[in-house]
Design a protein around this ligand. Structure first.
Ligand SMILES: [Zn+2]
Length: 172
């Protein structure tokens, strides 16, 4: 089997398209320990963790903001359980649906520099269980300038990790 995997994959699509579903299916396939022709098995421990979005080698980055409880330097991991619930309910969710899930429809989320520091730390981790680490960056266009400069550098010098960047066209 050809084990070469591109380090960074970019997806471009309108909001609510299947980019996230595709990225997750591909990541799950890479990590599956009993791959079937063209598909993951759906039964191994990796597949079961992917089904619940709790695989330790699967990382998500998405726009976040300060809230009443997270008052300082918010990062995606602060919202990971809400994110899993929202995504499992609707893998085609839009940015507005994500904000609505948090009850913060009127706020604008961002991928900030604390997040890019967290990304760098995660890129330096060894994979825990899988042969691949995966980082899915949802809506990198919501990065501020300092975060995106760091991210671009990472993609130019590919880390030993598969990074999926999902650029979605939003209406705002
Ligand atoms: Zn499997």
């Amino acid at each position: 089997m050809d084990e070469r995997v591109p380090h960074a994959q970019m997806f471009h699509g309108p909001e609510g398209s299947g980019s996230l579903v595709l990225a997750l299916a591909y990541a799950s396939y890479l990590s599956c320990v009993d791959r079937q022709p063209g598909d993951s098995c759906g039964k191994c421990s990796s597949c079961l963790k992917y089904d619940k979005l709790v695989h330790p080698d699967l990382h998500f980055v998405f726009p976040v903001f300060r809230t009443r409880t997270i008052t300082k330097n918010p990062v995606s991991d602060d919202f990971i359980s809400e994110w899993r619930t929202a995504l499992l309910e609707n893998p085609y969710m839009t940015l507005q649906q994500w904000y609505a899930h948090l009850g913060l429809e009127n706020k604008q989320g961002m991928i900030n520099k604390w997040e890019s520091e967290a990304i760098l730390r995660k890129l330096n981790l060894k994979a825990f269980e899988s042969t691949h680490k995966v980082m899915i960056i949802w809506m990198p266009e919501k990065m501020n300038a300092s975060a995106s400069n760091k991210l671009l550098k990472m993609i130019e010098e590919p880390p030993p990790m598969t990074v999926f960047c999902l650029w979605l066209k939003t209406r705002d």
